[in-house]
Ligand binder design. Structure first.
Ligand SMILES: Nc1nc2c(ncn2[C@@H]2O[C@H](COP(=O)(O)OP(=O)(O)OP(=O)(O)O)[C@@H](O)[C@H]2O)c(=O)[nH]1
Ligand SMILES: [Zn+2]
Length: 303
């Protein structure tokens, strides 16, 4: 029976039957696990799988026997040094990165790290400037971020659950697609989902001491189906995003506005740090590439 993995809790996977829509808790066969030794989880939310129902049980449950080929996957390093990865989600049409210039402040470093991760896995990111009821369009930091990311071609929505700005447009955008939803703890992920579909009834946290301590109300990645169509994979308050291991010269290709310049660098393995005749550095100097983006490039490169 074919199904879609909608939630994982470590050892159990919740699989939605394609035919009936029923959700069946499933386990993975031990042997199967070993074949995927490089990742901590063999199956992830977003995977299409074949399952066998277990007849003996009174409660329906199943065993995952096969994973269909993935169109894409976003992984993160399970440990900082190690070569083990955790699959966050698979088969994505895109990612929605929630950003709040304030309450909480979203550092540009956080934004760029996620954008690089998504570029590395070939997943298109759309940026949501959320809680837009809390700042006006003249807010300096908002303007800085908006101008930078708009100019380099990221699609942007301004959203608010208070004024409902952007909500209908976003629902239309999501229709028939599956997106990963990402943002710092307290940015409003659960609230936004509840506003797009009140039947979801997700737990939210009030912006209080609770969030200042960095507690998370969400713990496991889970796919939510919106009544208006499409699906969102909510992620546990992702604190750290380990990038995949990469060659130094590769990173520039994940800063999309660097790409047209890279071919004009003198060395074809240029890392754009201090090489002679580097076209990227020249573009930063004459203002064609944002200094902030370039600094974040260096931060990631020299991590
Ligand atoms: N003013 C304003 N507040 C919002 C908006 N969206 C969410 N909030 C508030 O922001 C706080 C955090 O929202 P949550 O939805 O719990 O945030 P979260 O991203 O799911 O947080 P984690 O579960 O920790 O990852 C809550 O107090 C919400 O009421 C908005 O558009 N405007
Ligand atoms: Zn260069």
């Amino acid at each position: 029976m074919k199904g879609l993995v909608t939630k994982s809790t470590g050892s159990w996977y919740y699989v939605k039957s394609i035919e009936t829509g029923e959700i069946i808790p499933c386990r993975v066969r031990g042997k199967f696990r070993l074949q995927n030794y490089k990742t901590t989880n063999p199956v992830a939310v977003g995977d299409y799988v074949e399952i066998e129902l277990e007849q003996s049980k009174t409660e329906p449950s199943g065993i995952i026997t096969f994973i269909y080929e993935r169109e894409n996957a976003i992984l993160r390093k399970a440990t900082k040094a190690g070569a083990t990865y955790q699959i966050i989600a698979t088969n994505l049409d895109g990612a929605l990165l929630m950003v709040t210039p304030q309450h909480p402040f979203t550092p540009m470093g956080f934004i760029d790290r996620f954008l690089v991760l998504a570029e590395a896995y070939n997943v298109e990111t759309t940026i949501l400037f959320h809680k837009c009821d809390l700042y006006d369009e003249k807010d300096e930091y908002f303007q800085l971020l908006y101008n930078i990311y708009h100019q380099i071609g990221y699609k942007i929505f301004l959203t608010s659950i208070i004024t409902k700005q952007g909500i209908e447009e976003l629902k239309n955008f999501i229709k028939n697609k599956t997106f990963l939803l990402v943002g710092q703890s307290g940015v409003g992920k659960s609230s936004l989902l509840n506003t797009m579909d009140s039947s979801l009834n997700l737990k939210t946290q009030e912006l209080s001491a609770k969030y200042l301590k960095g507690k998370h109300t969400t713990t496991f990645a889970e796919m939510h189906f919106l009544r208006s169509g499409g699906a969102i994979i909510d992620t546990p308050g992702i604190k750290e995003l380990g990038l995949p291991n990469f060659q130094k010269w590769e990173l520039g290709y994940w800063f999309r506005e660097f790409i047209p310049y890279i071919k004009n660098c003198k060395y074809n393995n240029c890392t754009h740090i201090n090489e002679p005749d580097c076209a990227v550095i020249a573009a930063v100097k004459n203002g064609d590439i944002s200094t902030q983006r370039y600094n974040n490039y260096l931060n990631i490169l020299l991590d």
